[in-house]
Write a protein that binds this ligand. Structure first.
Ligand code: SAM
Length: 159
């Protein structure tokens, strides 16, 4: 599979999962956390699906399109490994992490802290969506929407 095909499949999986979890997330109170704002594509999608939720976005710096940039009070800059710690216990209904790089050695370092952070920020029954696998006993893997291949993107519920 070419890198273009792989990229398209990953984004399709990302979108299909975000579309599929709306009702699940709506069963839980709390904000939505977007780890890895990037240019704001998934932030914009989340905003469409959850217009009444506070959505807090994180990135090293703001590089999103101006129309997809959160208000300053909902934008957290810096390394998520550190900046995320202040949000432990916030009781998020959804945390989406799109901070994988495709470089195994970098992603292995992210995986030393991201699963624990995701557990820490989520409310009970909160939903975790991630581009990297989150191997934690508190996170129950959920079935993926039809058409999304196992291992392409990851979906869990916080127990
Ligand atoms: N989902 C975004 C979108 O749809 O536009 C794309 C996210 S992009 C693939 C990943 C982003 O995560 C990058 O902007 C990068 O700067 C950010 N990122 C990765 N690791 C990070 C870390 N440890 N701390 C802060 N930001 C990080």
């Amino acid at each position: 599979m070419s890198r273009l095909d792989s990229f398209i499949r990953r984004l399709t999986a990302q979108r299909d999962i975000l579309n599929a979890i709306v009702a699940l997330v709506n069963g839980t109170e709390g904000p939505v956390l977007e780890f890895g704002l990037g240019n704001g594509r998934t932030y914009d999608h989340l905003r469409e699906h959850f217009p009444d939720r506070r959505i807090i976005a994180f990135d090293r710096e703001v590089r999103s399109y101006s129309s997809s940039t959160p208000p300053a009070e909902n934008m957290v800059t810096g390394d998520i490994r550190k900046s995320g710690q202040a949000f432990i216990g916030i009781g998020a209904a959804l945390a989406h992490a799109d901070i994988g790089t495709g470089h195994d050695e970098i992603d292995a370092i992210t995986l030393t802290w991201l699963p624990q952070l995701m557990v820490g920020v989520l409310a009970r029954d909160g939903i975790a969506v991630s581009g990297l696998p989150l191997d934690r006993p508190e996170l129950e893997p959920l079935p993926l929407p039809a058409g999304v291949k196992e291992g392409r993107y990851f979906l869990y519920r916080r127990q």
